[in-house]
Design a binder for this molecule. Structure first.
Ligand SMILES: [Zn+2]
Length: 82
């Protein structure tokens, strides 16, 4: 049993109006609104957000306004073993 993800994470703070180029309300590729967003805390304590588009299957990891490579996320997550 791992820690459960709190539902009260303030996603609204990531979607400030006037902030351009990041955290678009829809998919960054096809602009679909049919996306899934999941906020996670990695083993190293960083908070990341995973977005998955249900239409074009585009997937992106974000930390704040920074786009993370999958390799970097996996590297952080991998530290839980050992
Ligand atoms: Zn899309």
């Amino acid at each position: 049993m791992g820690p459960t993800t709190d539902e009260h994470i303030d996603l609204g703070s990531l979607l400030r109006p006037g902030t351009r180029g990041i955290a678009a309300p829809g998919c960054a590729v096809c602009e679909s609104a049919r996306i899934t967003r999941i906020a996670l805390e990695l083993e190293d304590g960083s908070h990341v957000e995973f977005t998955n588009c249900l239409d074009c299957d585009h997937r992106v990891w974000m930390r704040g306004d920074e786009v993370l490579s999958v390799e970097r996320v996996l590297d952080s997550a991998r530290r839980r073993t050992g």
